[in-house]
Design a protein around this ligand. Structure first.
Ligand code: SF4
Length: 334
């Protein structure tokens, strides 16, 4: 029996990449999926794009490889060659990195080409013709990336020229409407197709502001710095010092878990309130302000002095502070 030709698919877990995989399977290809996680886009964020990736791969019956782009992604984010979108999203550089990771898997499994669920005109930064070509070039995959959902609207790729795939089996989907995709999902028998995933955290305006602040003040942020960006209210006191105030019990616990040796944790002594994390060189200079902000977000009555506990490593201490007026602390809010 003739062995099936292999292709690699970038699988995000969203509907489009599932459809792309299914289209290739229907054309007789053996698909290996690659799911890529970055510090700003993980499989469990609940935004729908990468949710339940393993189940998705199992349902599709494909072998799944997962790749984590960590430090190199952070490095790229300092100066993405092709710039940012409306937030801090470097979509073209990001997609090129993802395809490069997919290319490695292609070589390992001996795949003929690589596919993705990209749809022409769906995303403003990375899914128009010139951007798609730039991504291919940057990834060293010219002619080897097939976007099955839109491929009949795009120039022929190598697999098409070589007769591995036929134009009549490729899609003509364009734009942001999901009507065609939902029709295909029904045809393929996909149950409960996922909602459209809206890009990673770097496309979120509020998150982007915090991320820009971090990259402006820290030469090479760590994943710990980035995990902190995902929670709490952020305040910048000076180039080296910031405070993060938890907004609920989960965030308070996460702040405690993310605290490093040099960080100070604060909380009110006698009232329910947030945990705050103070990170910076000269913590003593900003301790009183941090305590006052922590108190402000607690249930403590206004206009009374209260005790705020603070802890650095194993050393615990307390400080009596009064609440702070909004006008005094909002200037620090990122
Ligand atoms: S939205 Fe985020 S994960 Fe998606 S391509 Fe853009 S930067 Fe990359």
């Amino acid at each position: 029996m003739e062995e099936k030709k292999k292709v690699v698919a970038l699988l995000s877990g969203g509907l489009d990449s599932r459809l792309a995989v299914k289209m290739m399977q229907n054309q007789g290809f053996d698909v290996t999926a690659v799911a890529i996680k970055t510090p700003f886009c993980d499989f469990d964020c609940g935004r729908g794009c990468g949710f339940e990736i393993r189940e998705t791969a199992d349902t599709l019956g494909v072998d799944l490889r997962t790749v984590y782009l960590g430090d190199e992604y952070i490095e790229m984010l300092k100066h993405p060659k092709h710039g940012f979108g409306s937030g801090m999203n470097p979509c073209i550089d990001c997609r090129a990195m993802m395809f490069k990771a997919g290319k490695k898997v292609m070589e390992e499994v001996g795949a003929e080409f690589i596919i993705s669920g990209e749809v022409l005109g769906q995303r403003p930064m990375s899914q128009h013709g010139p951007a798609l070509r730039t991504i291919e070039k940057e990834a060293g995959l010219e002619g080897k990336i097939v976007r099955p959902l839109s491929a009949a609207l795009l120039p022929p790729t190598e697999p098409e020229t070589n007769g591995l795939i036929k134009r009549e089996n490729l899609g003509m989907i364009r734009g942001r409407s999901r009507k065609e995709q939902l029709k295909l999902a029904k045809e393929f028998g996909f149950e409960n197709p996922p909602n459209a995933g809206g890009g990673c955290l770097l496309t979120d305006p509020a998150f982007s502001v915090r991320a820009k602040d971090l990259f402006k003040h820290v030469e090479t942020p760590t994943t710990n710095d980035i995990d902190l960006l995902k929670i709490g209210r952020h305040f910048r006191f000076d180039p080296k010092t910031k405070l993060i105030v938890g907004r609920n019990k989960d965030e308070n616990e996460m702040l405690q878990a993310l605290a490093l040796d040099g960080d100070v944790l604060l909380e009110t002594k006698d009232h329910v309130g947030p945990i705050s994390l103070l990170r910076g060189d000269d913590f003593e200079k900003n301790l009183e302000l941090s305590a006052a902000i922590t108190l402000r977000y607690s249930d403590a009555p206004k206009n009374t002095a209260e005790i705020v506990l603070f802890q650095k490593k194993e050393t615990k201490s307390e400080l009596s502070v009064s609440q702070i007026a909004e006008s005094e602390y909002l200037q620090y809010r990122i």
